[in-house]
Every structure is written in C-alpha cells, then in structure tokens.
Design a protein around this ligand. Sequence first.
Ligand SMILES: Nc1ncnc2c1ncn2[C@@H]1O[C@H](COP(=O)(O)OP(=O)(O)O)[C@@H](O)[C@H]1O
Ligand SMILES: O=P(O)(O)OC[C@H](O)CO
Length: 501
Amino acid sequence: MPSLIAALDQGTSSSRTLIVDAQGRVLASAQREFTQHYSQPGWVEHDPLDIWATQSATLTEALARAAAKLSDLAAIGITNQRETVVLWERATGRPLANAIVWQDRRTAGICAQLAADGHAPELQARTGLLPDAYFSATKLAWLLDHIPGARARAERGELAAGTIDSWLVWNLSGGVTHLTDVSNASRTLLCNLHTGDWDDELLALLRVPRAVLPAIVPNCGALAVARLGGLNIPITGMAGDQQAALFGQACLQPGMAKNTYGTGCFALQHTGTQAVRSQQRLLTTIAWKLGDDQPLHYALEGGVFIAGAAVQWLRDGLGLVHSAQEAQQLADSVPDSGGVLLVPAFTGLGAPHWDAQARGLLIGITRGTTAAQVARATIDSLAYQSAELFAAMQADVAAQGGPPLTELRVDGGAAVNDTLMQFQADLLGVPVVRPVQAESTALGAAYLAGLGAGLWPNAAALPALWQEQRRFTPQMSTDERKARMARWRRAVERARDWADD
Ligand SMILES: Nc1ncnc2c1ncn2[C@@H]1O[C@H](COP(=O)(O)OP(=O)(O)O)[C@@H](O)[C@H]1O
Ligand SMILES: O=P(O)(O)OC[C@H](O)CO
C-alpha cells in the first residue's frame, strides 16, 4: 500500500519537495533555486517553465533520497508563493509571458487610482484585502492588456490564468485540470471572502474575464490527479504557503497564531469561522476549508517586508559580517543595542503602516556605538516589527470579542536565533514556541494531503504530530515592554513619509 506523501513547496526563491510518512515524519527533502528576473525597476518576474522544471526535479530528487518511488506515494500536497500570476494557452500549455511575482510593483499606479476612486472600503469588505499591487488581480489585468490579443483570447476561453498552485496542478495533471484552492483564491482581490467564490462585481471592476480563471476547490479532498511516470497519483491537499504554515503549526483553534521569520515576516492568527474585519489595516484572509461540506476558516494576516533581509543588509550592504550566523554572534556579544534602533523601512513599511515612502532609519547612535550594537538593533528590528503586527491583531480580535493570544508558534530561517526569540517573547508578553520540525509550510501541505487521502481520520489527529522543541517565556516587566514599544513607535514615526519619489 502506498503510504508516503510528497509535499511540493514552491517558494519565491526556490522550489522544494519533502517526502513525509504517515506518522508525519520527514524522510527526505530536496531544493532547487531558480532565476529571478528584474527587467525594470520595481518589476519581479519568474519563468513559469523554470518553476515547473525545478519543482518536478526536486520531486524526483527527494524520492531518490528517501529511497522511494512514485508508486510509494499515497498523495501529493502543494503549497506555494501566493499572489504570483501565470497566464498560459490552454491548447498548448505554453505560458504567454513570465509570471508576475507578488513583489512586483508595476501596477501600483492602477491600485492608487482604485483607492483614489473610493474603492478601498468595498474591496476590504468583499475580499479582506487592500487595493495594492501585491495582490493578483491587477497583475493579471496588466498581462491581458499588454500581451497583444490576450484579452480577446481570454474572453473566448482560449487562455488560462492562475496562481502558482494552478500552474503546478495544470502541469502535474498533464494539461487537464485548471483549479485553485480557496486560500490562494483569497489573495487575488477577486474572491469573495464570505462565499469563497469569484465575485462578479470584482471581476468587472478589476477587468478580469471569468473564462480565464480556474475553478475554486477546498484545501483537501480528491482535488485532482497527477499523471506522473504512467501512474495516477491523487493531489489531495493544497494551500498558499502562509496558510499552510498556520496549518503545519497545528494552529487549528481560534486565537492560535504563527510567525514565519524569513526574508520578510508573515504573521497569521486563526480567527475560526469568523472573518474579522480589520480596523488596523491588516488583511483578512481565508485560512482553509477542509472539504466541500466544511465551513470556511479565516485568519488575520500582517506582513513585514524587511525582516531577515535586514540581516542580509548587514552582510551585503555594510559588509559587517559574512553570514547570518556571524551576525547573530556579533549581536550576542553585547547585552543589548545600547539604545540604538534600526527601522528597516528599506522598501517602505507594510502592515499596519502601509507607507511606501518610509525609508530606513538608524537612530540613537552615540560616539560609543559599536558594530555589535548595530547588529543587535538589526536583529531586534524583526521582533519590534512583529510585535507591532501582533498588537494590531490583538486590537482587531479584541474588538470582535475574540480570544487573546496565549502563545506564538514560530518558524522560518531566523527562528533559529534564540536571542531573537527571547526578545520576541519579552515584547509580546506571551511565550514563543519553536517546533521540532521547522518546515511548517511543507508540513502543512503534507497534513492537508494526508487528511484528504484519509491517512489521518480528521484534523483532530494533527496536533499530536506537532512537537515543541523550545519555549521562550517572557522575562521583561510590563513597564519596560511598554517603554520599549513606545520608543520603537517614535522611531517608526521618524522613518515615515521620507522618500520624495
Ligand atoms: N541566526 C540568524 N539570526 C537572524 N537572522 C537569520 C539567522 N539565520 C538566518 N537568518 C535570516 O533568515 C532569512 C532566511 O530564512 P528563510 O526562511 O530561508 O527565508 P526565505 O524563505 O524568505 O528565503 C535570511 O534573511 C537570513 O538573513
Ligand atoms: O515564498 P515565500 O515564502 O517568500 O512566501 C511568499 C508569500 O506567499 C507572499 O505572499
């Protein structure tokens, strides 16, 4: 009996595959980076063929490392960078252009116009999102407007569009199946948060023909069939990467939250079957729907653009260290930052500020400031920015009578940093908990696929698979926490509205 799961994790900078067994253990993994295309300032593109080639190569490699075969796979799970859009020809499967990546800002002007025309409240009410170039709809409309003949062909049903989950399913199914899962759909600005379906008024406003879009399916069940090596392997789990990480961290009860510390930070709090409308400029998003007859679950989300990227700046921009580990050692050589704060608003500020004109600020420097204190301030900035997100989330949740945050589950590359995790617990005033298995995103896809394939009877079986590795308990007094956050907010105010462009 095949009993393994292949979890495909298609990220912004690399494609990965994990092979997971029925006990939720990771048997092997493989990863391949691919080329980023920056053809114009503010543009970020991926070649969809690179995405498919690297993803399928990592599946082959991971299976080989697990000494397993395709025939050992009970199911495939998919998780992916969200919002990124691919447009292709149904007849040939040929992409018409490079994928426009979530980071790409080319449609910022269109979004500013939508906001100026007063559409922001309606978009927030219907989608939980803001009119921002981050989301898929304006990217897709841009492709339809700029590729000769594309809009007419899309309206005739000759073209297919989708986020990366759609593109992978299309290729895995041999060009048969065009679908997206509801968590990915909820990041497009086209999906109604309350129905989990495409919204005709949004399609009209954002000029996207329904004929080009995939069908929306739940996050687990018999979703599609991968035709690989002459076999039919069921695809039984799919989710956008941040929602998958929330699921992989077993944040299954309302109030539970995770933060992923990577290049940026992504903080999500599960709000159960209630879509909490943010008064704090956070995003409301669909977390998952565990089957056709199951309810939609929601999350509040906030993102920090520059988190681990600030540590990379210490290495690449300042030349202060050779690696992130060295940055941690340098920062750990001092007891604190000596009053120095870094606001890494290198590309503006995301939630809850959404200030594109903000720029980086290093403040509190004296004649005695050392490189180690600058490194410490840089690493501290991940915790400060995340604490601001959770403060905003708590305000939103409390306003709706929801449960308070009782602990934060963490993952991502920078979550290995113990000093950072302790400081995060201190600033939040709740324990920070790191799991044994750091691959929450891919694990989330594996859990969804395992549920969909019947390897586990129901979601209640999943928390037993999740194991705590270390718990960081708050040590800081409430007064000090408040004073530090107040000082941070003063620094943020000074970084805001700086750039002239
Ligand atoms: N020990 C550390 N302390 C602080 N930051 C770290 C540490 N190790 C890695 N990082 C940061 O974490 C990021 C890599 O995390 P990862 O989850 O792989 O990112 P992504 O998935 O966004 O590529 C890098 O930006 C790096 O600077
Ligand atoms: O690929 P990642 O991990 O950087 O995630 C990208 C997010 O899904 C963007 O919303």
